[in-house]
Design a protein around this ligand. Structure first.
Ligand code: SAM
Length: 211
């Protein structure tokens, strides 16, 4: 399933950038990730794992199925899995169409990924499909600022160049609404403003959705 050749320069750049950002993300998101990931079961599916920024928060021996379409992420992901003693399976596919049976998994994780996928509603529908009843989706995402604010206007202005520069990342998606409308039985969602010099990605949501 893993293609470790034919990486484009852009794919490689993206993988390298994310690996560089790992220490920063750990400082910025670590406490919040720990607070929700501590409830994770032994077996987890993660959408858009990248090089594996979340692996340090998973209990050692976690059985992780990583959905990661960019093959340039796979080598650093494997290295991180060895480092954090994670039992890793990589699927080089997109979150819009998962090759996992319906109602088969207890937990799905996604961080900073619904900003980047082609179709967030479809990805959330797929997450919903593969979760068992009572299964949980753990998320952390940057989102659109409140409509009408200066920050929202800035996001609109920067959206296109940002998307070009950061591999399809959308600055102002209403991911909170997508999650709210997905039909989860319960949605425990917190909003926070990340203190960051990159003001356009300060508004965030994180929490747990239960099927
Ligand atoms: C901004 S990175 C975040 C990586 C990691 N989750 C983190 O928190 O650092 C977005 C990741 O989503 C992946 N991705 C992009 N489109 C995707 C899709 N349609 N389905 C699944 N993953 C996707 C990218 O290859 C990349 O690894």
């Amino acid at each position: 399933m893993e293609a470790t050749h034919h990486h484009t320069a852009k794919h490689r750049l993206q993988a390298w950038l994310l690996d560089q950002a790992e220490a920063y993300m750990h400082r910025k998101y670590g406490a919040r990730k720990r607070s929700i990931f501590r409830q994770l079961p032994r077996s987890v599916v993660e959408i858009g794992t990248g090089p594996g920024a979340n692996l340090r928060y998973y209990p050692p021996e976690t059985a992780l199925t990583a959905i990661e379409p960019n093959p340039a992420m796979h080598a650093p992901l494997r290295a991180n899995a060895a480092r954090w003693r994670i039992d890793l399976t990589i699927r080089g596919i997109k979150g819009e169409s998962l090759d996992l049976p319906s109602a088969s998994v207890e937990a799905v994780v996604g961080t900073l990924v619904l900003c980047s996928v082609n179709n967030p509603r479809q990805v959330v529908a797929e997450i919903m499909r593969i979760l068992k009843p009572g299964g949980r989706f753990f998320f952390l995402e940057h989102v659109a600022a409140v409509t009408g604010t200066r920050l929202n206007r800035l996001q609109t202005l920067l959206a296109r160049p940002w998307r070009w520069a950061f591999d399809g990342c959308h600055l102002h998606r209403n991911t909170h609404l997508v999650l709210g409308q997905a039909g989860f039985a319960a949605l425990d969602m917190d909003c926070f403003m990340l203190s960051s010099p990159a003001v356009m990605i300060t508004p965030h949501i994180f929490g747990v959705a239960v099927k």
